[in-house]
Design a protein around this ligand. Structure first.
Ligand code: ZN
Length: 315
């Protein structure tokens, strides 16, 4: 069942998911969690093979995650399905040291769809042109994830690499002048550098990928021209994103379960600020109750954009 039609719903990437009525969304969330816990108990590594209640599990800190991967290389014992991994990268945000993570084909396809959703929410339409200033290669979230998302969205990708100095800017401007992208997809360092530059030489709107290492940027007041995307690569590269209402970041509630908890990982009432835990609901590399280290609150009131998925506010 979908929520009542909203005149803004056309800006949603997938109305059948993003416009689900709150009760239907809650049911879907509960069913996904039950299915995840069944998969986890049956998981081939045995890592999750206990009957422990979900809410009774301790939160998994970044340090716990990195230690597990280090003890059981190359990727720890989090994988629930035997499907082969086809891409690997290095996660760094909120972790004591760079830690390898990996994706199966199904994981990557799901990430691409969530990325397309986040970029559409940021105003990037199919058949438009964008350029990204992200790292390539191993680094997550990087240009590989964005290229997949733009492919799914059917928008043009033009990776130019990080733009954090004059030489890189000049190189980028030379090609932006020719290709004329309408939006830039950036990380925090490129956004900081470009924001301080004249706006005449570059596109006016930004989609910025922020990780748990960017608590201040996530909590800062919104800006009309900047659309923030929360990226927690070990859980979900496109976990949440800001819409044009700029009133919190919509969670991808079909893929990620968010909990706001106190210091002993017990749930707090909706609307209250606490620690943000995320659980990957559908990914093969399943992290349960991953502690982002961020302070946040959830808002389930209707949003002007027509999307029904909860919004996260950061403190
Ligand atoms: Zn919204």
């Amino acid at each position: 069942m979908l929520a009542a039609p909203n005149k803004n719903a056309t800006v949603l990437y997938d109305h059948s998911v993003q416009g689900l009525a709150p009760e239907a969304l809650a049911e879907r969330r509960a069913a996904s969690l039950r299915a995840l816990l069944d998969r986890a108990r049956a998981g081939r590594s045995g890592f999750y093979a206990t009957e422990q209640r979900f809410e009774a599990r301790p939160a998994l800190s970044g340090a716990d995650f990195a230690a597990e991967v280090e003890a059981h290389p190359p990727f720890g014992r989090f994988q629930l399905e035997p499907a082969p991994f086809i891409r690997a990268g290095l996660a760094t945000a909120g972790l004591p040291h760079p830690t390898p993570i990996a994706w199966t084909r199904a994981d990557l396809d799901a990430e691409a769809q969530l990325g397309a959703r986040a970029l559409r929410r940021a105003g990037i339409a199919p058949r438009t042109r964008t350029s990204d200033c992200l790292d390539g290669g191993l680094v997550t979230p990087g240009t590989l994830a964005i290229s997949d998302a733009l492919d799914a969205l059917d928008a043009l990708a033009l990776p130019v690499g990080p733009v954090t100095n004059e030489a890189a800017l000049q190189r980028a401007v030379d090609i932006w002048d020719i290709v004329q992208p309408s939006a830039l997809i950036v990380d925090a360092p490129s956004l900081a550098f470009l924001s301080a530059k004249s706006a005449s030489a570059r596109p006016q709107t930004f989609a910025v990928l922020l990780t748990p290492g960017h608590a201040a940027e996530l909590a800062a007041p919104p800006k009309q021209e900047v659309f923030r995307i929360l990226s927690v690569p070990p859980v979900c590269t496109f976990a949440a994103g800001e819409c044009r209402a700029h009133d919190g970041l919509h969670l991808a509630e079909d893929a990620v379960l968010a909990e706001i908890v106190d210091d002993v990982a017990q749930p707090l009432p909706v609307g209250q600020f606490g620690r943000l835990l995320l659980t990957a609901l559908t990914r093969s590399l399943a992290l349960l109750r991953f502690d982002t280290g961020l302070r946040a609150a959830l808002d389930r009131s209707p949003c002007g954009c027509g999307e029904t998925h909860a919004r996260i506010r950061f403190a």
